[in-house]
Design a protein around this ligand. Sequence first.
Ligand code: ADP
Length: 162
Amino acid sequence: MKIIYPGSFDPPTRGHMDIIARAAAMFDEVVVAVMMNEEKMGCFDPAARRDWLLSLVRELPNVTVVEEKGLLMDLAVSVGASAILRGLRDAADYAVERPVADAFRAIAGVETLFMQSSPEHGFVSSRMVRELLKFRGPVADLIPPKIVKDVVTLYAQRREGV
Ligand code: ADP
């Protein structure tokens, strides 16, 4: 079974990687989709997010990374995914995700599967990382070690307008 795991990954966190690694062990193929939304300009360039994810999944042979500007439901169909995978941290995530999943199934016949976050990552979010970066706070425990330096450097360059 092929599954598609979409998100902003702005930036990727240890919570995302936990879901990707567990999904890779469970499904034949995992397509990680960096979704771009022109109305919601991210903090980090989509190409940087994609490159970080590419380097993070290098050791997972059944995981690929794509960048997408269009509709998730079209992408799910075009890559031949049987379902969309979303991570759930808490009831607030579920409240947001449930109507979206219902809509995908009603409109496009695309199923959504949910994977619960591991307890140690339940509080981790890209938003929290961005908040910490803004105040030069400690982010090393929230981001995969491989990309910490890059994320901090790129954020600093962005702030200084380099
Ligand atoms: P989006 O903007 O689409 O919510 P995110 O990059 O914030 O994208 O998250 C992508 C997916 O990963 C979502 O399903 C989100 O719920 C899930 N996710 C985010 N953080 C965690 C975490 N700490 N543990 C498990 N799942 C997570």
